[in-house]
Design a protein around this ligand. Sequence first.
Ligand code: ADA
Length: 920
Amino acid sequence: MRYFIYLCCTVLAFYGGSASADSSSDKKSNIAIVISKDAHQRIQFGAEKLAEALNKAGYKARVQQQNKFPSRNNTILITEKSQAQAGQLLKQSGIAVANLDHKEGFSISTSSNNRATIVGSDVTGALYGCLELVDQVNATGKLPQNLTLNDHPEMVLRGTAIGLQKPTELPGRGMYEYPYTPEDFPWFYDKELWIQYLDMLVENRYNSLYLWNGHPFSSLVKVKEYPYALEVSEETFKKNEEVFRFLTAEADKRGIWVIQMFYNIIIPKPFAEKHGLATQDRNRPIIPIIADYTQKSIAAFVEKYPNVGLLVTLGEAMEGRGQDDVDWFTKTIIPGVKDGLKALGTDIQPPIVLRAHDTDADIVMKESLPIYKNLYTMAKFNGEALTTYTPRGSWAELHRELSRIGTVHVQNVHILANLEPFRYGSADFIQKSVQAMHEIYESNAIHVYPQASYWDWPYAADKAKNRLLQVERDAIWYKAWARYAWNSRRDRSKEVTYWSDQLAGTFGATPQAAENILKAYEETGEIAPKLLRRYGITDGNRQTLTLGMTMTQLINPFRYNLFTMLYESEAPEGEMIIEYAEKEWNKQKHIGETPVIVAEEVLVHGRKAIEAIEAASAGVSKNKDEFERLKNDVYSYNELAAFFSAKVEAALSILRYKYSDDISDLERALPLLEKSVVHYRKLADLTKDTYLYANSLQTKHRKIPMRGVDATYKHWVEVLPVYEKELEHFRRSIDSLKNPSNNKATAKVIRYRNVPVTVLNKRPEYFTVEKNAKVYSDTTLKIEEFASEIAGLKGLKLSKRDQIKNGTTIEFTSAQPVKVLVGFFNEKNPGLLTPPDLEHDVSANDFGQSEIKIANALLASSFAPVNIHSYSFPKGRNKLTLAKGACVIVGFVDANDQVRLYDAGIGVKGYKKDIDWLFE
Ligand code: ADA
């Protein structure tokens, strides 16, 4: 009772104080922020934030929970549409209820004397209304008077991603297999860091947070029937439970759904070991015990964390596309969720987001919607990069198809492999990208990856005394996507003012300096997208663009498994380097964005960015260290642009030689290639002391420009010698060509050597790689032509029909390490085995098979030419399993054979000689 009286007195004193104070709106006054006694925690959170902002601005504001909502001076009233007070408030304030039709919308009405009303269309809307006032108070230092504002988000889901993943694989584990432990993810247990991150999310009005991991369940739940599946110690398990509960509760307060992502089918290591299974195996059919375990662990998860949604990747660890995906989703995952809901006694369905990655999502959706309503789809915006805001082609069609299902379709701004590691803050590019999400993809939701260093969360790649946090370094990245996800139709000239103001705040900059900083961001913001979409091999993270590209990658991209969708869908209409060279030679008209246009444009972007950042320097008074780092990034982008520009010009001259046979074309290329190395050296100098690495994925999956195995070739300083050597080699090749007596002037042929193996398949049949040999036991397909390197190899003659129906399994023993050479037909056709593809399958290099060893190496009858890949095995007994589809087993060769990688051009119409040898 005493406590009650005390409380009343304080409230009265507080309130009385305000009433007797000068109530003019300019004067800093006591303000009561009134919310109802049973106000939702999001409204409480919003009210507290508003009080904080007002107090910082010099007011004395305090939150009061009471059921009377008095209309008087110095009072801010907050509620949401369905609350008891809403009707009265709407009437008093004149807010029209029709303004509150949108999810997460709000209306604010303020009058003089610090009177304000905030009504949300729901509790999150009320929270956002508070935050809108917070922003205004922060910007102007006072509570706005006579304001009427109605607003709501344009995109319905606005989220970010955090990976519980690491730059390298854990010993003895496969890709994505990272149990949640304090040893591997100390930051996961750092509650302060979570609060900092969640506050950033809510300040930017994000309403979802996705945690990415291979198989999180065995770190977060126990399954009664499978106690041995738990992957972490009891002590860690308790910590995980606690942190996950804390995180989901804090997120909920801020109107944020936590959504747990997982890959399929991955099983926990102890479970796998107990049952003699692999943790993941793309070629494994669905096995009942794995299905049962997965269903039960999902059920346990849903029961324990009912406020958490699921993001599902069907694929990567499951065979391609097909019925298995549908079955797994409808017979294992959805039933698991439903079992969990049943155990909870609720029918409120958590959201399940289905990724269209390595899956026919539309088919899976069709089968799933009748049994589960709260489904969403998600697909990558520009692959694993940022390349264009004018996406088109088949990828755009897929997006539209998913949007038109009628459920919400989420844009996945996935790993930004071409933006790593430099700062990115082009508000213009980002705004146009979000507009494209609406207009071209017809979608209405977004999910944003970290700007760089996804695999190294929470740190950025900068070499600084204390490692920089991404949440701080890349604040502009998170802010820009969120701002346009909320409203993409903002007026560009006002946006320039908005961002300049923001940057003026960050760097204590004069308006002119701030505008220049924005300009530097926007000019550099064009460079990486243009370079990748016009010269790149892939939109995937097997390429790190900022480390550059080798000459053979520029002049012979097909040898490196060119991912053609990059050019067809993720770039404006235009030409590749090789197309441009061919057209030039044939004097044909060029179309769209050409390699030459980009080579010129990136130089201009680089120059303008430098001019802008230098002009800004003198006007910066705060965060000077960070400004210097940003400036260094601008210089780095400029050198990167100059490196590519010169190298691409060299490439075009070299490709001309392919047609002209004129050595002067090569001679013309030489100074250009030299120039590119000079710029790369400058880039290495700029990054030597400022960056730890370029790419955060430091495994064997990285291929371009160099193999990234065991965290190698991850820094410019390491890659520079590659380009220096390439230049030297080229110089010598020109000399050799000029001196015909020098027999080094053409590539030397080194043959693969057969090694003895015992094939354990039933009654194996063989063929020899020679003219007219039959490569299958059940067709008449005969070898017409082949590369000298594979002549005489002993291939395995299999049944083509059986390969198509059941896939290929070869068991064999050998006394020495061996590589199995597998030929993939160079054509997309349902009956043919698809080549290893790291864009959709991270296990595609587990045996070193992702790279083409000899392109167009063999021609059999009228079939497409065959590209050869190799699968490495240790000595002893081994098994090679390939998915369904025809391929040719060309031979078993010595694992140490180092045959030059190249394109033999066999069976390729109009093929012009191999010139890769000029560089390697
Ligand atoms: C590719 C990529 C992986 C991962 C995956 C996905 O396989 O190489 O790193 O991002 O796609 O989940 O989309």
